[in-house]
Design a protein. Structure first.
Lengths: 348, 298, 403
């Protein structure tokens, strides 16, 4: 029975995503969506994906990461560099597929490498080290110069001139100027497919033996270790998968917006914290909540556009109020009471 | 000689990080929450000083003193109010992350409010310290007045905080609250009042830090506190969370490392190097330089 | 289930908040061009109610808000002036601005919002990366885009995009040539922002151009947005290397800190800036003595004495309470350039966006505009403006021509 209930719960999650997709497609084809909303669809999918990834790390593994956008950054840059180099050589379908593989693989690799030192630490110390790695990734990419010409790849960490590129060579990554002209391959459909894939991966992981081991570590580290669970292995597993999914979000990101720069507003700690806000408001450990919260919180400031300069002010107030309404022990108690009263009234 | 110059530059930057980290670690160690808005309290403090000095039409000594005092009072009030409205309702929430997110909300709120009131353009902050400093070796080596004052002030604050926490009743109450809120309540300590006092002191320290930050680096904008805030957080962690001398050491180490890595390794990659060193320190010593190792009991 | 109810309540709360505020959206967005809207009500009826719709995009909140606000305010001012003077080809102009928070993704969102509003011509985006991202969309929609201040090379790679400001490479080249031609220095130090597209673009071209010139680059030091407070190392290195000129391809906020810190360490080379340096004299409370002798290549100086500038600065100050910077000047010019182009081809607002784009594109290569940022601007099909950079030097707290 228990398994049934979980499967049902997961099916509801997939159902919500698919239903949303169908409704949006129907609205779009009948011309009910404004350009503004249409433009928001793809970003919503990749923010939902990275929220799922972060929830795996924060909610399921129980380790606070405030540098997750760093993995997104790696996925974005490696895949965009690939797509830019092969833009003329490979047709868009297979190219985008390979881009996904590359972006996810690199993000997973870095997740693994960074996981080794990070997961030795605990609590706030761990959080600050993830922040540190996020900032390191951003800073290092800002000093990367990669070009391609007939002689092959050129690489430098000084400046563009040091590459010695032939005049007809292609500048791929140009330091702080990043990558421009990545092909616009991402679409809402692909975004939704990727979201479903990451949901399947994460939800199946949670309901598997491995997932239970991971949650056991979260709930009681010592007991888990004493029960013979290989703590390091499972922690690394969850962290790497989380990084890989964040990388997938990065691939969608870089193929949706044609300019890609490793600056703070996209991949800095502020951006990572924004994703954390999605996760916490959606419910820590609640994957479906993350998806819903990511979509709503991404939409909110966009819908507030009419308020001009008061927009972000209102947004911050809404954020505080929502947190208190959802998390305050007193409010929760009060809510229970009032809802209980409603229940009694109904019965009477 | 040039190494000494760089070292002194590192010390000036580090002293600023240290004084911000003191306020940060105070709140962090006792209320056990990451107050992401601390950097923005600093910003508020700076704007208050700027406005008060502006309103009094000049940079006279009395004007500066009045401005700093007003700023300290207003920042304390701001700290208490924020704690009351945004943080207290979430005490005892199911996850400690909840209050972290409201802190971020408060940070956005203060930044955007300042943006609306004061505009986005930078304002030049006239230093509250007019003393030029001292020079050695025929002016080859120079220590700026603001650096000396900052270090002196941080040492005074450090000593006062240590005395306050270890010698007074309220200080002991803070330690008790930091250790175990439930047990502290049982001992007759008013947890709410104690945390309120912590915020009042922490925010007052933010006002002092703001005055010195903007005296050393006189550009005032709504985002002036954000980056120093995060760097101070790093410094506090580096020194060991909750350790007040640790925050001071962490700040100064961070400043010196930043300047020396810019000088001798690469100015392009200095952020990466600074954070890299933080990672290495934490791997070698997982609870920071002066942090206590807490053995987890079964 | 408890968690689920939590999620649902979060959903409910935010949907309610969103829908409430979304309700305000429509009301507020039509209010934005408040004065014009009323003016149109009376005047435009003669033309069947048709108006030109010009939109602007820039960072109105966040750390770069000063640039976005300058662009959006100045464009608004220009539109109001045009409407008072009878509009373009007899039609009134409607204006709307959107925030992009210096984020390319949000910039595209802003563009889509403006498109829904009915925008026909875009003045924006303010910053380079955003402008490049948006140009992808304007190209697809074939909408005419004139960026006042998107200076990166790629901003104008499409034929429907033109710009008012100099490109970054042009500024780098012009600066190197100016320093060489006027024998300003033998040893040059550079301090640039490694995390900024604009600063990097100028720096790279400057360095390329400097090879083989009569000066030598002795120190090149970077900073990033995350550590843009302490410049002691960069200055000390330039000083130790004996640089007699320090080139600052950066914005004035960081530059004002650099000048202050150079002063405290007793280092006084010639500081040479680019157009981002303009604005340094209007930083509130800034000790302008520190900027004495600073040279910069800029198309605009707020205290120039020509009628156009005096009038613009006065009106801008009255309306927004700030001294306009070069971004504002570029945007003000942009709106008048669009006016001139529309008039050259007698464009009417009832034409489709794409037709307007084609007409304006053709007009752009033919017109010769005079504005705040240059007395004579022409364009070729590449979208780059041809105008002369003016070198100015700061003397006694004011810009003086360096010639």
């Amino acid at each position: 029975m228990r398994i049934d209930k979980k499967t049902k719960d997961n099916l509801i999650t997939y159902g919500i995503v698919v239903a949303t997709f169908l409704i949006v497609q129907a609205l779009a084809s009948t011309g009910h969506l404004t350009n503004h909303i249409k433009g928001l669809l793809v970003p919503m999918t990749y923010y939902a994906i990275i929220a799922v990834a972060l929830n795996l790390c924060v909610g399921i593994l129980g380790e606070l990461s405030i540098g997750h956008c760093g993995f997104m950054c790696i996925g974005a840059f490696t895949s965009a560099a690939f797509s830019k180099i092969t833009a003329e050589k490979i047709p868009s379908g297979p190219r985008f597929l390979i881009a996904f593989v590359i972006g996810i693989a690199f993000a997973a690799l870095f997740g693994f490498l960074i996981g080794i030192p990070v997961l030795r630490l605990k609590g706030d110390y761990l959080a600050i080290v993830t922040l540190a790695f996020g900032e390191i990734i951003k800073n290092v990419i800002n000093a990367f110069y990669i070009g391609v010409d007939s002689k092959g790849m050129h690489f430098s960490m000084e400046n563009q001139m040091a590459l010695g590129l032939e005049p007809d060579g292609l500048m791929v990554v140009n330091g702080a100027m990043g990558i421009t002209g990545t092909p616009h391959d991402a679409s809402f459909t692909i975004g939704i497919v990727m979201l479903l894939v990451s949901l399947v991966v994460v939800l199946n992981l949670i309901n598997s033996r491995d997932g239970r081991a991971i949650m056991a570590i979260r709930d009681n580290y010592i007991a888990a270790e004493a029960s013979g669970i290989n703590v390091t292995r499972y922690k690394m597993l969850a962290f790497t998968i989380s990084a890989a999914i964040a990388g997938a979000a990065g691939v969608l990101y870089s193929h949706n917006i044609t300019t890609l720069t490793a600056s703070s507003q996209y991949f800095g700690y502020n951006a990572s914290i924004m994703i954390l806000v999605y996760v916490v408001l959606g419910g820590i450990g609640n994957i479906r909540g993350s998806v819903v919260a990511a979509c709503i919180l991404y939409l909110l400031p966009e819908l507030l556009r009419g308020l001009n300069k008061y927009r972000m002010l209102i947004y911050s107030i809404v954020l505080i109020v929502m947190m208190i309404v959802n998390w305050s022990p007193k409010v929760i108690e009060w809510r229970k009471k009032t809802f209980a009263n409603f229940g009694i009234k109904k019965k009477v | 000689m040039s190494f000494l110059t760089y070292l002194i530059n590192g010390l000036s930057l580090g002293s600023i990080y240290a004084i911000i980290a003191l306020g940060y670690t105070m709140v962090y160690g006792i209320a056990k929450m990451l107050n992401f808005a601390h950097g923005d309290f600093i910003m508020v403090g700076c704007y208050v000083i700027f406005s008060v000095i502006g309103a009094m039409g000049g940079n006279s000594t009395t004007g500066v003193i009045i401005a700093v005092v007003v700023s300290i009072i207003l920042c304390s009030l701001l700290g208490i109010t924020t704690e009351f409205i945004a943080y207290r309702p979430l005490r005892g929430a199911a996850s400690p992350l909840a209050v972290l997110i409201t802190a971020i909300g408060v940070s956005y709120f203060l930044e955007n409010l300042a943006l609306i009131i004061f505009g986005a353009d930078v304002k030049s902050f006239s230093s509250v310290i007019t003393w030029k400093g001292i020079s050695f070796a025929n002016g080859e080596l120079k220590i700026q007045g603001v650096t000396i004052v900052t270090i002196a002030v941080s040492i005074i604050i450090l000593v006062c905080l240590q005395l306050f926490i270890n010698k007074t009743k309220q200080g002991q109450a803070m330690l008790a609250v930091a250790e175990d809120k439930g047990a502290a309540t049982l001992m007759g300590i008013n947890v709410n009042k104690t945390i309120m006092l912590t915020f009042a002191i922490g925010s007052a320290l933010a006002a002092v830090a703001g005055a010195l930050l903007c005296s050393a680096y006189p550009n005032l904008s709504p985002y002036v506190g954000a980056m120093p805030g995060i760097k101070a957080f790093v410094a506090a962690v580096l020194g060991g969370i909750g350790s007040i001398p640790g925050a001071m050491i962490g700040g100064i180490v961070l400043g010196i490392v930043e300047i020396l890595s810019k000088t001798y390794i690469s100015s392009q990659l200095s952020d990466a190097i600074v954070f890299g060193i933080l990672v290495i320190v934490l791997i070698v010593k997982p609870t920071g330089i002066l942090g206590k190792v807490i053995q987890e009991k079964v | 289930m408890k968690k689920f109810s939590k999620a649902v309540s979060a959903l409910m709360a935010s949907v309610m908040a969103a829908s409430m505020l979304a309700g305000c959206t429509d009301a507020a967005s039509t209010e934005t061009p408040d004065t014009q809207a009323q003016a149109q009500g009376t005047e435009s009826s003669a033309n069947g109610g048709a108006t030109f719709k010009i939109g602007a995009i820039g960072p109105l909140t966040g750390a770069a808000a000063v640039y976005g606000n300058a662009v959006c305010n100045a464009a608004e001012l220009a539109v109001e002036e045009i409407n008072e003077a009878g509009g373009i080809n007899g039609y009134q102009v409607e204006y709307s601005k959107e925030d992009d928070e210096l984020n390319a993704e949000k910039s595209v969102n802003a563009y889509n919002t403006l498109k829904d509003w009915g925008m026909q011509i875009l003045v924006g985006s303010t910053t380079s990366a955003c402008s490049i991202a948006v140009s992808e969309n304007t190209k697809a929609d074939n909408m005419f885009q004139l960026t006042p201040s998107g200076s990166a090379e790629e901003c104008v790679k499409y034929d429907n995009v033109f710009r008012v400001c100099f490109s970054d490479p042009n500024q780098g080249i012009a600066s190197a040539q100016y320093i060489a031609d006027h024998n300003l220095a033998t040893k040059v130090g550079i301090i640039y922002d490694n995390s900024d597209v604009y600063s990097n673009g100028i720096y790279q071209k400057f360095k390329e151009e400097a090879a083989g010139k009569n000066f030598e680059i002795v120190s090149e030091e970077a900073f990033t947005a995350d550590n843009a407070t302490d410049f002691s190392v960069q200055l000390q290195k330039a000083k130790d290397a004996g640089a007699d000129l320090v080139f600052l391809p950066i914005y004035y906020q960081a530059a004002s800190l650099i000048l202050t810190q150079a002063n405290t360490m007793g280092y006084s080379p010639v500081f040479f800036g680019v157009d981002g340096m303009d604005g340094i004299l209007s930083v509130e409370n800034f000790d302008t003595k520190l900027a004495e002798g600073v040279m910069l290549l800029t198309p605009f100086a707020a205290d120039a004495k020509d009628d156009l500038t005096v009038n613009f600065v006065k009106k801008y100050q009255e309306k927004y309470g700030e001294v306009p910077n070069q971004f504002a000047a570029d945007a003000y010019d942009a709106v008048y350039i669009i006016k001139q182009a529309l008039e050259a081809k007698s464009v009417t607002p009832d034409m489709s966006t794409s037709d307007i784009c084609e007409a304006v594109k053709a007009a752009m290569t033919e017109i010769e505009a005079a504005g705040l940022t240059s007395a004579k601007m022409t364009w070729d099909a590449s979208g780059e403006p041809n105008k002369e950079p003016k070198a100015v030097v700061i003397k006694e707290g004011a810009y003086v021509s360096a010639e």
